[in-house]
Ligand binder design. Structure first.
Ligand SMILES: [Zn+2]
Length: 338
């Protein structure tokens, strides 16, 4: 089969790779229905995160089970499934507590930008749909694999409650779906921090009620002004830089919560500042597996359409262009079809 392999900065190739097979009896191999490029794929793509050797790319996936190992009990070939970027057993203490992305047996699932993918711990990792989905909801089901699951966790970690005032830092795909998640959770005001016209429109489509274009201290000042000096009840931090984290912590009211899901790059927090902020901080790699059953149901019943975040669709063999378009900010998120 042919799949995407990263060789070095901005050098992604679509080339012949060995097709995955069952290695452990708990594995499944799935035939990919759709995959995509993640914002986090851009770190190694831009050379900002070193790779030791040519690396098969992609960790967002959904598709049909091709084959299962001898120990797999709950899944059968032919079933349509979605899974997270971390495989999890779904039985250990951390999984039972709802933190499958810290599973004691967790394994990263990589190489999804290909026609076939091996998924470890299949029983614990994969969640099936009631039947084969119609084509129009496949992008939304794919979004649950990471980007929507992560936006949902940001809202969950930020303790978004009905009637709340929420601010969202970051207008990438995760931030935009954080807005949708806050809306579903009943937030009354959702302030999107964005300076790009196209993204502001999508933010409003997903439920943002106000837009703030200022950043840093000016952004914090705007949020304070809009909340009569109180601050937001919940802030979703979906970037991962020092500036975005600081902005999130300073925009929240005393007793409020920051949910942070942007992978930190160079973030350092001051103990003094945290002490006096009276803020709840919670975040990390999203335990997407916890949310899959509920989010699949919402997509299946066509109550939500997180797939709207994909603004570019390409055949898988044009994966290099999919990365380029996101790198050059011509696309918010690229969908790839094998
Ligand atoms: Zn576990």
């Amino acid at each position: 089969m042919q799949g995407a392999v990263l060789y070095g900065p901005r050098d992604i190739r679509f080339e012949e790779r060995d097709a995955p097979t069952i290695i452990k009896p708990t594995d499944a191999v799935i035939r990919i229905a759709a995959t995509c490029v993640c914002g986090s794929d851009l770190w190694p793509y831009r050379g900002l995160q070193a790779i030791a050797e040519p690396t098969p790319m992609g960790h967002e996936y959904c598709g049909v089970i091709e084959e299962v190992g001898s120990a797999v009990r709950s899944l059968k070939p032919g079933q349509f499934v979605i899974g997270s970027f971390f495989a999890s057993d779904n039985t250990c203490p951390h999984c039972r507590a709802g933190y499958q992305s810290s599973c004691q047996q967790r394994e990263f699932v990589g190489g999804a930008q290909a026609p076939l993918l091996r998924v470890p711990l299949a029983d614990g990792t994969l969640v099936g749909t009631p039947e084969l989905p119609s084509h129009d909801i496949v992008p939304s089901l794919l979004a649950l694999s990471d980007v929507m699951g992560t936006g949902w966790f940001a809202a969950e970690a930020a303790n978004v409650k009905p009637g709340a005032t929420v601010a969202v830092v970051g207008d990438g795909a995760v931030g935009l779906l954080g807005i949708l998640s806050a809306k579903i959770k009943g937030a009354e005001r959702i302030i999107a921090m964005s300076r790009h016209a196209g993204r502001q429109k999508l933010a409003r489509d997903f439920g943002a009620t106000e837009i703030v274009t200022e950043r840093g201290d000016d952004g914090v000042a705007r949020i304070m002004e809009m909340t009569e000096g109180v601050g937001a009840d919940s802030v979703l931090e979906c970037v991962g830089t020092q500036e975005s984290m600081k902005q999130a912590i300073q925009s929240v009211r005393p007793g409020g919560s920051v949910g942070y899901v942007g992978v930190p790059h160079g973030v350092e927090l001051s103990g003094q500042e945290l002490f006096y902020a009276h803020v709840h901080l919670h975040g990390g790699p999203a335990p997407v597996r916890r949310f899959l059953p509920d989010l699949i149901k919402q997509v299946w019943e066509r109550r939500i359409n997180p797939g709207k975040v994909f603004d570019l669709t390409l055949p898988l063999d044009q994966v290099a262009e999919a990365y380029r378009a996101m790198d050059e900010r011509r696309a918010i998120k690229s969908l790839l079809l094998p």
